[in-house]
Design a protein around this ligand. Structure first.
Ligand SMILES: [Fe+2]
Length: 193
């Protein structure tokens, strides 16, 4: 029986772009992130004005089985929607208590995490730094650089699944904005109990 491509030979991820040879990435543009940023008017404007890609990631087609591992890169391009940095939608795992590892390869960013009970964790990501996302925590990558692409490599249990839950309606409890040229974590005004 032939092996799947990711077993047959190592997948090469480009150092500079984070893109995998021979695998099409998925992408999310401004049009895919309606109401995810605080400044929805600004997001609409960016959608109308070129609708660029905010981030890319991979689905390698690995079977969603407990004993398999999903892996790939998450590539968040620099930019802001109003004062809020480019970020991924973020998700819980459908099997809530499953963890994930992100290894930062390039750029400067943050992993924002929160549990359903409201415990918030956030960790800066720099090249070479691995962030462990504990089970039960929703997680999102945020690019804190205005010039560099944030590239991270992730691994998690293949059957963990993605669940958007309350994130689609309210977002995360905390958001990250630029204030006087620095990043700041602030309460998300859209988030209500
Ligand atoms: Fe995840």
């Amino acid at each position: 029986m032939p092996y799947p491509f990711y077993i047959e030979k190592p997948v090469h991820f480009d150092d500079k772009t984070g893109l995998a040879d021979g695998v099409e990435p998925l992408e999310r543009r401004y049009s895919d992130m309606k109401n995810m940023y605080l400044d929805e008017d600004r997001r609409k404007k960016l959608e109308a004005d070129g609708n660029s890609i905010i981030y890319r990631f991979y689905d390698m087609g690995i079977p969603e089985k407990e004993n398999d591992l999903v892996f790939g890169t998450s590539i968040v391009y620099p930019g802001k929607v109003g004062s809020e940095y480019h970020m991924t939608n973020g998700h819980f795992h459908t099997i809530l208590d499953t963890a994930e590892i992100y290894l930062c390869q390039t750029g400067y960013g943050m992993m924002m995490m929160e549990s359903p009970e409201g415990d918030v964790l956030y960790k800066e990501m720099r090249p070479g730094r691995a962030v462990y996302v504990p089970g039960r925590y929703a997680h999102r990558s945020i690019n804190l650089s205005n010039t560099e692409t944030l590239i991270t490599f992730y691994v998690f249990r293949a059957d963990a699944g993605h669940e958007y839950g309350s994130i689609k309606d309210k977002g995360f409890r905390k958001i990250v904005v630029e204030q006087d040229g620095e990043w700041a974590v602030i309460d998300n005004p859209r988030w209500k109990t």
